[in-house]
Design a binder for this molecule. Structure first.
Ligand SMILES: [Zn+2]
Length: 499
């Protein structure tokens, strides 16, 4: 059995769960469900990042302890992830004691290798982001996220010798030992490493009341963003000391949004190299979306809320819609009206309508619908081709292509029904039964194919076909054509009501 370890970034617990994070997490969930369905030993890690001055401050304003605030907000994230049918194996919180202990151990190890030294840092600091910016990173002298002028801050701190890793990283990326996708993102990191000098990284701050202390100088705390990175190790229970890494290490896919590319493509692997820990197999940075051609913003009133969208379209359909609008690795545009159009085209008129038509035809025949003596070669080949495209697409994180393969099956069947005109035949006719059998077999395959995207609808479809979901045990059997006999078919509620 192969293992599959996938991570999303952990989300800042003081933020509300937003559509961007939902996008990353849903994509990771689709991959996780696909790998589980294929029989891989899968571990899906997500969670929240809970340290930092901002949390301490927000807690004070709300008359809470920082821990109470974290508990309350972490529960909110979990609730939204439940709504979105996120099947994580572990929801990590960076205030968990084993995580804090592990980070301390790791800092000691790096310190013992003389890769940490003390110094003074002075720079442009955004309080909102809790990070320093270089003047190049600012837009019109302001923080690109908060649109506020950063303050100049000078403080004692510890530095990590990031500069020592510039050449090793360049070599590893160039030789594809450190794999960054898509290609544009890889080129972006290569370009940066070739043209700029990597500076050492300030890793601690003074007087942060809500953070992990530097083990040998407790007046300093590790910078919240850095502590957060190590969740990928504590999330699979590495203690920071054991020479043998947990079985799931290294991650097979680390999914991120492109806004945190440098952090994950340069700083994170540098820390791992400093600890002699194998690098993740793939770092994949997806694109951003605009809403109706504009950047999402409160002032424009075009902020899309994942919970509201799940109420409007249903969580299953929302997952489908978010991943089908534009290619995953690229930037794209979404909007409510595009969602309505796609929902009606793909789901209500597409999959949903095919299910309703097929089951209506099947119910006209009273007996069990058995595989015909001569298998329909066109159907068998069509389904085999669709599976091939679908599997290749999911392995390459091309969700939109996998969805396209499903839509093509539906189109094929709609044409088949129209040209074979089953309504002209008597249900006792062998030809009628062959037509219905072909269509039912397609629905059975569809219930597998839609599962990673729409787990709940997939189960409903299995039930309508009279097949227990437990039969989903082996994909290799499920993928065969023409072996299953259909009994107990039923016409349930409309799968995707028109909106
Ligand atoms: Zn900021």
């Amino acid at each position: 059995m192969s293992k599959f370890y996938i991570t999303t970034p952990i989300y800042y617990v003081n933020d509300k769960p937003h559509i961007g994070g939902a996008y990353t997490t849903i994509a990771a969930d689709v991959l996780s469900r696909w790998h589980r369905m294929r029989g891989d030993d899968t571990f899906f890690l997500t969670g929240v990042d809970e340290h930092g001055q901002k949390i301490a401050q927000a807690a004070r304003e709300q008359n809470m302890t920082p821990q109470q605030l974290c508990d309350q907000n972490a529960a909110k994230f979990q609730q939204v992830f439940d709504t979105l049918k996120i099947s994580y194996d572990r929801f990590i919180r960076t205030t968990e004691k084993p995580h804090e202990k592990m980070v301390s151990h790791v800092l000691n190890t790096i310190q013992n290798k003389n890769l940490i030294y003390s110094g003074t840092y002075s720079g442009l600091y955004c309080v909102g982001c809790e990070r320093y910016y270089t003047s190049k990173e600012l837009t019109d002298g302001k923080c690109p996220l908060h649109h506020k002028k950063p303050i100049t801050l000078s403080e004692n701190c510890y530095f990590f010798k990031l500069s020592a890793f510039q050449k090793p990283l360049l070599r590893l990326i160039d030789t594809n030992e450190w794999v960054i996708e898509p290609e544009e993102r890889k080129n972006e990191v290569m370009g940066f490493l070739k043209s700029e000098t990597l500076e050492d990284l300030a890793i601690s701050r003074e007087k942060v009341e809500w953070g992990i202390p530097i083990p040998w100088e407790r007046s300093q705390s590790i910078y919240v963003w850095i502590d957060a990175l190590f969740n990928y190790l504590s999330g699979i229970d590495w203690d920071g000391k054991n020479k043998k890494m947990p079985d799931y290490w290294p991650p097979d896919v680390q999914l991120i949004g492109k806004d945190i590319l440098r952090f994950h493509a340069i700083i994170w692997p540098a820390f791992l190299l400093s600890l002699d820990i194998p690098l993740p197999k793939l770092l994949y940075a997806h694109g951003f979306f605009t809403v109706g051609g504009q950047k999402m913003s409160k002032s424009l009133g075009n902020v899309l809320d994942p919970e509201e969208l799940a109420t409007t379209f249903g969580p299953d359909a929302l997952r489908w819609l978010l991943l089908s609008e534009f290619p995953f690795g690229q930037d794209g545009d979404i909007s409510l009206s595009k969602f309505y159009d796609k929902y009606n085209a793909d789901l209500s008129h597409g999959v949903g309508n095919l299910v309703r038509r097929t089951i209506a035809l099947a119910l006209k025949y009273k007996g069990a619908i058995e595989p015909p003596k001569a298998i329909d070669v066109d159907f068998k080949q069509m389904i085999e081709k669709a599976w091939k495209i679908y599997e290749g697409a999911l392995d390459d994180l091309k969700f939109e292509t996998a969805i396209g393969a499903i839509n093509d099956i539906v189109t094929f069947c709609d044409k088949y029904i129209d040209s074979s005109e089953p309504w002209r035949l008597s249900s006792d006719d062998k030809q009628y039964q062959t037509i219905v059998y072909n269509l039912l077999e397609v629905l059975r395959h569809l219930s597998w194919l839609i599962y990673p995207f729409m787990p709940k609808k997939s189960n409903v479809l299995f039930q309508l076909l009279g097949l227990k979901t437990e039969t989903k045990k082996s994909l290799s059997l499920g993928k065969q054509w023409g072996k299953v006999e259909f009994n107990n078919i039923s016409q349930g509620d409309i799968l995707f009501p028109q909106l």
